[in-house]
Design a protein around this ligand. Structure first.
Ligand SMILES: NC(=O)C1=CN([C@@H]2O[C@H](COP(=O)(O)OP(=O)(O)OC[C@H]3O[C@@H](n4cnc5c(N)ncnc54)[C@H](O)[C@@H]3O)[C@@H](O)[C@H]2O)[C@@H](O)CC1
Ligand SMILES: Nc1ncnc2c1ncn2[C@@H]1O[C@H](COP(=O)(O)OP(=O)(O)O)[C@@H](O)[C@H]1O
Ligand SMILES: [K+]
Length: 519
C-alpha cells in the first residue's frame, strides 16, 4: 500500500490554523465531489485514515472499525479494506443495514466485502471488543460512526455503538476518530449525547483526523476532551475563506537597548474590595511580569495597605481616578479583579476617559446590572478608546441576559454576541477560550488546561494582557488578547506534565509567565 501526503499534526505551537464551520465544510465537500469521479474523495479519506492508523499504532496489527449509517462510515470501510490488505487483523462492526448506506459508502462496503474484510452488525456484549483472539490492549479502534452529518443527540443503535466502543477501549486502547469524535457538534464542541451516559455524550478519541477542514468544535467547550490529538488531511482540496481561526504562538518583541521604564507604559489596577485585595495585587504583579514600565495598584478596600511587601516593585495609590489630570488618560487600566460592589463607583470615570481598559470579574457584573454603565461602555466605540472584556461563562451570561448553559452551548456565537452588544473585544474564558473583536474573525485559543481552574488565574490574565498592551498601545484589543491568552495557557501547559493533576496556583503562574520560556 502506498500512502502519500501525511496528515498534518495540529497543535498549539504550529498555528494559526483556519477553522471552517459544518456548513462551510459541507459546501466545500459538495464542490469537491462534483469535480472528481465517484469514490475519489472517499478513497483518499480512507487512505489518510489508514496511514494515520499505521503511524499512531504501528504495533497494533489489529483494528476494530465502527461503521455508522453515512459517508463517515464509508471512510472507515475504505480504511478497513486498506489495513486488511496490509495484513492487519480487521473487524468491521456496522450499525445499520449496509444496503441503506449512501452511494459512495455503499460502494466502499462492497469493495471491503469483495476484499474479504470480516464485517457484521455491532454485537451486544463483550464480543464487540473484537473476535476471539483479539488482544484488546493491542487493538486500535476506528470511530467511523458519525461525522459532519450529526443532526441530533445520538440515540438507539448509534448511542449503543458509541457505548460499546468506549467500553471496548476502556483498557487504554487507542481510538482514532474520523473527521470528528462521533456525537461531538462540529461548530460548538458540545457532546450531544446524554451527559450522564458513561461514555460522556460523544466518543472520547485519542486522535482525531479531521478531513478537508478543521472544525471549531474540536477546540472549544468539550471538544478538547473528546478529540485528543488533532490531525488534518485536506484530501488535496484547497479550503475557502475561514469562519474562525485557531490562534498560533505570538512573537516576543525585543527590548531595544535604549529603552527605559518610561518606554514600557503604565498599568493601573483597580479592584480588591474588602476580603479580595489579593486579586488586585495578583493582576498588578502579572502586569509587571509582562513588562509594563510602572504598575500602580489601587485596592478598593479603604483599610488595605498600599504596599505589598511581597512585591515591592508595585506602587499603591488610592482612588487616583477621582483626581483631575490623573493616570486616567495615559495608563492601561485593569478594572474588576475582586472589586466587589465598590467597583461601581470607579467605573464611570474609567469608562469615560481611559484609552485602554480591561474589564474583568466584578466590573463586568456591575455593568451587567447597570444600564447607565452599559451606555458608557457602548459610547467608547465612538472614540479611539479600546476595551477588552474578559468574562468567564457565568459573567458572559449575566452580560447577555441568558443562562450559562446557553453561553456554553455555542461559545463562539456568545462571544460574538457580546462584541455586537457592547462594541468591545471579548475573551470568553474556559477550555478553548474564544477571542472575538469588532471586524475580526473569532479566534479559539489552543493552549491551557484544567490546571488553570484555580483561584486568581483570571486576575493574572487580566493583568498580563494589560502589561502587554501598555507596551504596545497601538495594538488592537483583539490582537493583544489573542497573544496574552495563548501565553497564559502555554504557561499552564508547561506546568502540567510534572503537576500530575495539581492546580497551578496564580502566583506560580506569574512566575512561569515571567520566565517567558513559552515557545
Ligand atoms: N462523500 C464523500 O465522498 C466524502 C465524505 N466524507 C465523510 O463523510 C462525512 C459526512 O458524511 P454524511 O453527510 O453522510 O454524514 P455522517 O456519516 O456523519 O452520517 C449521517 C447519517 O447519520 C444519520 N444521523 C445523524 N445524526 C444521527 C443521530 N443522532 N442518530 C442517528 N442517526 C443520525 C443521518 O441521518 C445520516 O444518515 C464526513 O464527516 C466525512 O467523514 C469525507 O471523507 C470527504 C469525502
Ligand atoms: N478547564 C480549563 N481549561 C483551560 N483553561 C481553563 C480551565 N479552567 C479555567 N481556565 C482558565 O483559567 C482562567 C480562570 O479565570 P477566572 O474564571 O476568571 O478565575 P478567577 O476569577 O479565579 O481568576 C481563565 O483564563 C480560564 O480560561
Ligand atoms: K467519527
Amino acid at each position: 500500500m502506498t500512502i502519500s501526503n501525511a496528515p498534518l499534526h495540529v497543535h498549539a505551537g504550529n498555528g494559526p490554523w483556519p477553522l471552517h464551520s459544518a456548513a462551510a465544510s459541507q459546501a466545500l465537500e459538495r464542490r469537491a465531489l462534483a469535480q472528481v469521479a465517484p469514490m475519489t474523495l472517499m478513497e483518499a479519506a480512507g487512505l489518510a485514515v489508514a496511514r494515520l492508523a499505521l503511524a499512531i499504532a504501528p504495533q497494533a496489527g489489529r483494528v476494530v472499525v465502527w461503521v455508522g449509517p453515512g459517508n463517515n462510515g464509508g471512510d472507515g470501510l475504505v480504511a478497513a479494506r486498506l489495513l486488511h490488505g496490509r495484513g492487519w487483523r480487521v473487524q468491521v462492526w456496522t450499525t445499520g443495514d449496509p444496503a441503506a448506506l449512501p452511494a459512495d459508502a455503499h460502494q466502499a462496503w462492497q469493495r471491503a466485502q469483495a476484499a474479504g474484510v470480516p464485517m457484521a452488525p455491532v454485537p451486544l456484549g463483550p464480543e464487540a471488543q473484537g473476535p476471539v483472539g483479539f488482544d484488546c490492549s493491542r487493538t486500535l479502534h476506528i470511530d467511523a460512526l458519525l461525522g459532519l452529518g450529526l443532526r441530533r443527540a445520538p440515540a438507539g443503535a448509534l448511542a449503543q455503538a458509541i457505548a460499546q466502543l468506549q467500553a471496548a477501549a476502556a483498557g487504554g486502547a487507542p481510538v482514532l476518530a474520523i473527521d470528528l469524535p462521533s456525537g461531538l457538534h462540529p461548530d460548538t464542541g458540545c457532546a450531544l449525547g446524554a451527559a450522564d451516559a458513561p461514555w460522556g455524550g460523544a466518543v472520547r478519541a485519542t486522535d482525531t483526523l479531521s478531513l478537508l477542514t478543521l472544525k471549531p468544535g474540536l477546540f472549544t467547550a468539550q471538544g478538547r476532551d473528546h478529540a485528543g490529538r488533532v490531525w488534518l488531511h485536506r484530501l488535496g482540496v484547497p479550503a475557502g475563506p475561514a469562519d474562525a481561526v485557531l490562534s498560533g504562538p505570538p512573537a516576543w518583541a525585543a527590548r531595544p537597548h535604549g529603552h527605559h521604564k518610561g518606554s514600557h507604559g503604565d498599568v493601573a489596577v483597580v479592584g480588591g474590595a474588602p476580603g479580595m485585595v489579593g486579586a488586585a495585587w495578583l493582576a498588578a504583579s502579572a502586569a509587571l511580569a509582562a513588562g509594563a514600565g510602572r504598575v500602580y495598584c489601587s485596592p478598593l478596600d479603604p483599610e488595605a495597605a498600599l504596599l505589598d511587601p511581597a512585591h515591592p516593585g508595585l506602587m499603591g495609590r488610592s482612588a487616583w481616578w477621582r483626581e483631575p489630570a490623573s493616570t486616567l488618560e495615559t495608563a492601561t487600566v485593569v478594572c474588576g479583579c475582586g472589586g466587589g460592589e465598590a467597583v461601581q463607583a470607579a467605573l464611570p470615570p474609567l469608562l469615560a476617559a481611559t484609552p485602554r481598559l480591561v474589564l474583568d470579574a466584578d466590573a463586568l457584573n456591575a455593568i451587567a446590572t447597570a444600564p447607565a454603565l452599559q451606555a458608557l461602555l457602548q459610547a467608547r466605540t465612538s472614540s479611539e478608546a479600546q476595551t477588552l472584556l474578559t468574562p468567564h461563562p457565568l459573567e458572559a451570561a449575566r452580560l447577555l441576559g441568558c443562562s450559562t448553559a446557553e453561553v456554553q452551548a455555542d461559545r463562539v456565537a456568545a462571544a460574538q454576541a457580546l462584541v455586537a452588544r457592547y462594541g468591545a473585544a471579548v475573551v470568553l474564558k474556559g477550555s478553548g477560550s474564544v477571542i472575538a473583536a469588532p471586524g475580526a474573525l473569532p479566534h479559539i485559543n489552543p493552549t491551557g488546561n484544567a490546571a488553570l481552574a484555580s483561584a486568581g488565574t483570571g486576575d493574572v490574565l487580566a493583568g498580563w494582557v494589560a502589561g502587554l498592551w501598555a507596551q504596545a498601545p497601538g495594538a488592537s484589543a483583539g490582537e493583544v488578547a489573542r497573544q496574552a491568552v495563548w501565553q497564559h495557557g502555554r504557561a499552564a501547559d508547561l506546568h502540567e506534565p510534572a503537576a500530575r493533576g495539581a492546580p497551578l496556583r496564580a502566583e506560580a503562574l506569574i512566575e512561569v509567565l515571567a520566565l517567558r520560556a513559552l515557545g
